[in-house]
Each structure stands twice: as structure tokens, then as C-alpha cells.
Design a protein around this ligand. Sequence first.
Ligand code: C5P
Length: 211
Amino acid sequence: MIVAIDGPAASGKGTLAKRIAAHYGLPHLDTGLIYRGVGRIMLDRGFPLDNVEIAATIAEHLDLADLDPERLRTRETGEAASVVAAHGPVRKALLDLQRRFASQPGGAVLDGRDIGTVIAPEAEAKLFVTATPAERARRRFRELVARGELTDSDADYRTVLADIEKRDARDSARADAPLAVAADAITLDTTRLGIEEAFAAALAIVEARRR
Ligand code: C5P
């Protein structure tokens, strides 16, 4: 079974994908990490993020085993990821890697922006996980304060909200594989749900599709 989980930044899709994968004993791929990996290398080597050719070459040589989630979860890397992810040749270079992961025997869980629409349109279960921008900003803000990247202040919260809104706009407006709800996806709004409630709701959706 392939489970495709898409949604905007900080919607809770990553947590749900991890839990669903553990529940069914399936491998999980956080595809955001791949774009973060490309963005991070561009930043580390001082390449301008709008250099499509260099970004695509880096994407072609990316190795999943080299991606360090801890290091890639910073604000700066998320921003860079969303810029390089808008380049068509970068997305093209990363297509096979993701499709191979999705089609492995036994199935897989993938989360991202275009899993149900582009990477695995054949997925048995498709969820679109969302929450209001204010709630997503609150979640990301708490995470960044806990990591010591931001201070617990209104000003820093507003910065995160602005980041989220900018990222939503960029991810939704790009020409190539924009963030979109697949026609056969079920939308799960987690704004008012705790982690356990959201997991139960997501599992019920997957179970209904499995039957
Ligand atoms: O989900 P995460 O915040 O880690 O993703 C970082 C960025 O990578 C997103 O803002 C988006 O631009 C890009 N992305 C994408 N397609 C995916 C996953 C992530 O374009 N499947």
C-alpha cells in the first residue's frame, strides 16, 4: 500500500506520516528533506539559490543516506528548499528517486507537496493535511524556540507567520508540481486537533481506503 500525505508547511503531515508508517510497518520518506538537502548544499557552497543548473546538478547527485534531518530543519534551510523546489529541472532530477521509494515491494508512506498528484498518483490512500496559517506558525514557532533558534517573543512569532505565508504562496504559485489537493485526496484539518486525535483521524482515512 502506498500512502501519500501532502500539505503545507507545519501542518503536522510529517508527524502523521511517521506514525502511520510505524503503524503499518512501512518505510517512510519525508520528501521535504530532499529539497532541504539541495538548498543546504547551495547555501554551504555559496551558490545563488536561483542558479537552476547548479541546483539541478546537486539534485542529480543527492544521496538519501547523506541527509541529516536535525541539521536540515532550520528556518534558513526551509526557505532555501522552497526556492530550489520551484526550479523544474531540480524537481525532474529528484523524480526517479522518489518514485522508486514509493514503488518498493510492500509499499511506503511519503509526505510532501506533490506526492498524491505527481510522485505517486496511484497511491491507495491520499491525505491532504492542513491547518490555519496562524496555528501552523504557532507550531513551527514553538519548535524553533525549543531548538534555541528564536526567542519566545511576539516579534519572533510574527516572523514565523510571515515565513509560513511566504512559503505557502511560493509553493502554491509555482508552475511545476504546485502544492495542490489531489482530486481523490481526503482533507484533514488539524487546526483543533491534538496529535493523538489527528493520528486517529488519519488512520481512519487510510483504513477506509484500504478496505
Ligand atoms: O516539508 P518541508 O517544510 O520540509 O519542505 C521544504 C520545502 O520543500 C517546501 O516549502 C517545498 O517548497 C519543498 N517541497 C516540495 N515538494 C515536496 C516536498 C517539499 O516542493 N514533495
